[in-house]
Write a protein that binds this ligand. Structure first.
Ligand SMILES: NC(=O)c1ccc[n+]([C@@H]2O[C@H](COP(=O)([O-])OP(=O)(O)OC[C@H]3O[C@@H](n4cnc5c(N)ncnc54)[C@H](O)[C@@H]3O)[C@@H](O)[C@H]2O)c1
Length: 329
């Protein structure tokens, strides 16, 4: 099949590109390299059945050509990460909403299957874990920029479901919970790569807040497998589906685990959220997905553990160091 991956030079998109290319598909990646990196897909360049286009998904003329000729679209391009959202809220909202509007519009015109990733951030301030897809949602005030990401992604969801309702566009909306693995950078505030990199360098691991907030981490290989299955399962069209891992860990426990597994001499330091994100930042205490729907629809069963994730990320950083003389970041 011909597959188009927007944001394919990013963390999840590049793993998706590897996997689909390995399976024998013809893969086209479009990425503006804003948070993605050429090094993530460099190994695919020059191979048969792979094409990289460095451009933006906001280029409508190009997007129309690409979507018209493809069989499947994975729309992974997005502004991502809480830090980026706090620093550049306009770019965040525009990239997310306008980009998805362009992609969905052409997929509807040419009747193409499309996967739209959303985020667990959409669950807002909900405290009734595990989060179910049909739960009501409570978010913060619009004066708190952190919520812009969640609201823009929620609008993406509404638009995707509207296309399904009006014209039965074969679209799947996936609410991704924390996804981690090699190639994710700590630059935009992602906690696992940030901790692993610090631990390898024997520098302090900075835990924001008191570290009792918890998260669930899924290995990117488990997630990519699920995304491919979802788009090949017509029962998933017009559905919103949680994907992630439901094993919970506090951020303090995570820091301790990273130090132990990397045999690091790092210490753990606690810093207030305001020092990192400025005044008025609100964090979610817990974020646990209910995976019943994914289990039922695609027999979803993530097999990689947190230990696997930390070891793979550590190996990636060590290899990067070895190859380039410095840690990739
Ligand atoms: N990683 C996670 O834990 C996580 C959690 C929830 C949701 N998601 C969603 O998954 C998707 C992929 O995230 P990721 O973690 O791989 O992030 P990423 O930043 O590595 O990937 C996003 C890619 O999109 C590209 N991009 C941004 N704007 C673009 C534009 N206008 N045109 C073309 N390309 C553009 C970036 O350069 C980057 O390569 C996003 O939609 C994100 O919201 C990820």
């Amino acid at each position: 099949m011909k597959i188009l991956i927007t944001g394919g030079a990013g963390f999840i998109g590049s793993h998706l590109a590897d996997r689909l290319h390995d399976e024998g598909h013809e893969v086209t990646v479009i990425d503006n390299l804003s948070t993605g990196r050429y090094s993530n897909i460099e190994h695919l360049e020059g191979k048969e059945r792979f094409r990289l286009i460095i451009d933006t998904v906001l280029n409508e003329k190009l997007m129309e050509e690409l979507i018209k000729e493809t069989d499947r679209v994975f729309h992974m391009a997005s502004a991502v990460g809480v830090k980026l959202i706090m620093e550049r809220p306009v770019q965040t909202i525009e990239t997310i909403f306008k980009g998805t509007d362009v992609v969905l519009g052409f997929c509807a015109r040419y009747r193409k299957r499309v996967l739209i990733p959303s985020t667990s951030e959409v669950y807002g301030k909900g405290t009734a874990v595990p989060f179910k897809e049909e739960d009501d949602i409570l978010k913060g005030s619009t004066s708190k920029h952190r919520w812009a990401y969640a609201c823009a992604k929620e609008l993406d969801e509404f638009l995707a479901l509207a296309h399904w309702k009006e014209s039965r566009l074969p679209v799947v909306v996936v609410r991704l919970f924390n996804t981690v693995g090699p190639r994710q950078t700590g630059q935009y505030g992602m906690v696992v790569p940030r901790f692993v990199k610090a631990a390898i360098e024997n520098k302090p691991l900075y835990v924001y807040g008191d570290g009792t907030q918890s998260r669930c981490f899924a290995h990117v290989a488990d997630v990519v497998e699920a995304l491919i299955k979802l788009l090949e399962t017509p029962a998933c069209f017009g559905q919103v589906i949680n994907i992630g891992n439901d094993k919970e860990v506090t951020i303090k426990e995570l820091a301790e685990k990273v130090i132990k597994l990397t045999k690091s001499e790092s210490s753990i330091r606690f810093i207030p959220y305001e020092e990192v994100y400025g005044d008025g930042f609100e964090d979610m205490r817990r974020r646990v997905p209910c995976l019943d729907k994914a289990r039922k629809l695609i027999s979803y069963n993530p097999t990689r553990t947190l230990e696997d994730i930390i070891n793979d990320v550590a190996r990636y950083f060590q290899k990067s160091k070895l190859v380039e003389g410095v840690l990739v970041e």
